[in-house]
Every structure is written in structure tokens, then in C-alpha cells.
Design a protein around this ligand. Structure first.
Ligand SMILES: Nc1ncnc2c1ncn2[C@@H]1O[C@H](COP(=O)(O)OP(=O)(O)O)[C@@H](O)[C@H]1O
Ligand SMILES: [Mg+2]
Length: 309
């Protein structure tokens, strides 16, 4: 069985409000999985349940063979957690934070010290290891929380909105660390950033209002939305004249023109050849396919623009 995480009809009700509604899922081992959704979708609730910080109202989940209901302690041994809010101990230095984590996981100094050296190096914090987290930038604190989550060599790493609020450079640095983990463990992350899901995740589930709305690779999700094939054609010749000719063609469903640039919606890829037949080669300067972005998919499914945190 190659599933690292299995969710069976997980439901969480707060009072009378259902935040997660019979959510089922299997995440393949060694992959980077992304739960993409707007604020309030239920992402943190799901992560808290999977990391045993909260019990579901009903349903069960299994992480590396251990049930979150009946073997919570075992689950905690095999997972690393990067919560949405940094929860570093501000009275301990960076290194002491990592050491404490190693001790809490029953590791000996002989085991945790080399591992901590390696993680400080990987996250670029070696020179700051004896400083207190309060003196760190947001990006450095986040890197320290990621390093801490890895001290005990977890099989599954949960990251709740790992780069929210970080500057672009810190975000890219974190993405690099996460990419390095690919294949060596299973990564389950939540995000409301399209670019993050697009670049990092092998598979994405888009969720809103506690339920899954779509499931697939970024490419597959975009492909599913591309009922229409939109091409941008730039001409050397007279754009207006071509607009008239192209409007007559049955395989073109819509056409927009700005100067000598035409944005055409074709009724399928097979219409590309007839289009080329209509446009004389010498008049064609450039043609490009306009793919729908993941953001287009997200808006189509949730009806929401991505909101800033
Ligand atoms: N402890 C709580 N009590 C009541 N409602 C909550 C609680 N925690 C979260 N919620 C609500 O549940 C929904 C999902 O929240 P959350 O899981 O934090 O979403 P996300 O992480 O996707 O932003 C939101 O509407 C939120 O207001
Ligand atoms: Mg959240």
C-alpha cells in the first residue's frame, strides 16, 4: 500500500457550523500534496485533525499506518508539523529550540546534534544558531520552524500555509527546501497561493466550505478548464482585414483585436491547421497558446479571488 495518508469521511462541526464535511482523501507516499483553498475553507482544521491536535466530529484518518483516533501518539512520532502560526520558544536560542524538540522525541544528543547541524546548514541558520528567535526576520523564523519539524526525521511533513506573509525571496528559499524533501518523505501542505501550489505540488486538491472541489495535478486542473483554446496571433499585415476574414470562419468562436494582435478562441486544437491555412505565412509574426492559469481554475471553482492573509 503506497498511501502515506488516508482520510475517511472526516467531518468537523464547530457548534452548528460544519467546517469540514465528510472529507475523504488518499495521499501517495513520497509526493508533495497541496490543499489549496481560500481563507476559511477548512485547511487548518484538517491539518489540526491529521496532526492529532484536534479530534474530528466523525470519520477517521490513518497516517503511515496509524489511526489518529486510536494511535495518536504513534502518529505524532512519524510526523513533522509546521503550524500556521510560528510557535517557537522565545526564551530559547535557535539551536536550543531544535535540541528541545529532539529531546521531546526521545533522541540522544549523539543523534540530534549532527542532525541539527545539518538542518541549520540546510536552512542557512548556522551563523545565527545561538541567537533568540525574536531577533530573526519572519523568513528566518519560518525556516527555523521548518528545521525543527525535521529534527526527528519524520515520514510525513505537514506545513500549514508555509510562506504566508513572507517576502518573495524568503518564499523562494522555503520552496527550495521543500523541493529538497521531495521523495524522501511525504509532504502535505496547505496554501492559498496559486504559484506555490503550481510550482511545488505533484497533486492539488482545491477545497472550499469544507469540501473538495477539484483534484489533480496543476496541469490537469488547468486542462480541465480549457474547454476553449485561446490563441494570440500577432500579424505583420492588416489586423482589421484579417479580423473580417476570420470572423467568417466556423471554427472560430470568438475574436478580439487590438491593433495587429488578435485573440482567438478556437473550438478545439484541430482548428489550428485551418487557421494557419487562412493566414498567409508571410503575414504571421507570432502565435501563442494562452493557457488558463491555476488562478482561473480557482476562481471558476470557488467564485473567489485569492484573498490576502
Ligand atoms: N475553534 C473554532 N470555533 C469555531 N469556528 C471555527 C474554529 N476554528 C475555525 N473555525 C471556522 O471554521 C472554518 C474553517 O477554518 P480554518 O480551518 O481555519 O480554515 P482555513 O485554514 O482554510 O483558513 C472558518 O469558517 C472558521 O471561522
Ligand atoms: Mg488556516
Amino acid at each position: 500500500m503506497s498511501s502515506a495518508i488516508t482520510l475517511r469521511e472526516i467531518t468537523k462541526v464547530y457548534g452548528t457550523f460544519t467546517a469540514v464535511d465528510r472529507f475523504s482523501l488518499e495521499v501517495e507516499r513520497g509526493t508533495v500534496f497541496g490543499l489549496l483553498g481560500p481563507n476559511g475553507a477548512g485547511k487548518t482544521t484538517l491539518i489540526k485533525i491529521l496532526t492529532t491536535l484536534m479530534r474530528p466530529t466523525s470519520g477517521d484518518a490513518v497516517v503511515e499506518g496509524h489511526s489518529i483516533l486510536t494511535a495518536a501518539k504513534k502518529v505524532r512520532e512519524v510526523i513533522g508539523v509546521v503550524p500556521q502560526e510560528n510557535n517557537l520558544d522565545r526564551y530559547l536560542t535557535a539551536r536550543e529550540n531544535l535540541v528541545l524538540h529532539g529531546k521531546l522525541h526521545g533522541m540522544s544528543a549523539a543523534r540530534y546534534n549532527p542532525r541539527i547541524d545539518e538542518l541549520l546548514e540546510m536552512t542557512g541558520l548556522t551563523s545565527r544558531q545561538h541567537d533568540f528567535p525574536d531577533t530573526f526576520s519572519g523568513g528566518m523564523q519560518r525556516r527555523l520552524v521548518v528545521a525543527r519539524s525535521l529534527v526527528h526525521n519524520p515520514l510525513v511533513l505537514f506545513l500549514d500555509e508555509p510562506t504566508t506573509g513572507l517576502d518573495p525571496q524568503s518564499r523562494r528559499a522555503l520552496w527550495d527546501y521543500i523541493r529538497q524533501l521531495r521523495h524522501s518523505m511525504t509532504v502535505f501542505l496547505t496554501t492559498h497561493y496559486m504559484d506555490e501550489a503550481d510550482t511545488l505540488c505533484d497533486r492539488i486538491v482545491i477545497m472550499d466550505n469544507g469540501v473538495s472541489l477539484a483534484d489533480g495535478s496543476a496541469a490537469a486542473l488547468k486542462e480541465a478548464l480549457s474547454h476553449a483554446h485561446v490563441y494570440e496571433v500577432e500579424l505583420c499585415g492588416d489586423g482589421a482585414a484579417y479580423q473580417k476574414i476570420l470572423e467568417e470562419q466556423p471554427f472560430i468562436t470568438s475574436i478580439e483585436r487590438s491593433e495587429n494582435c488578435l485573440r482567438l478562441t478556437l473550438n478545439g486544437e484541430k482548428s489550428l491547421k485551418p487557421l494557419m491555412d487562412v493566414i498567409a505565412g508571410a503575414d504571421l509574426k507570432r502565435i501563442s497558446l494562452k493557457e488558463p492559469s491555476l488562478e482561473d481554475v480557482f476562481i471558476a471553482l470557488t467564485g473567489k479571488k485569492v484573498r490576502n492573509a
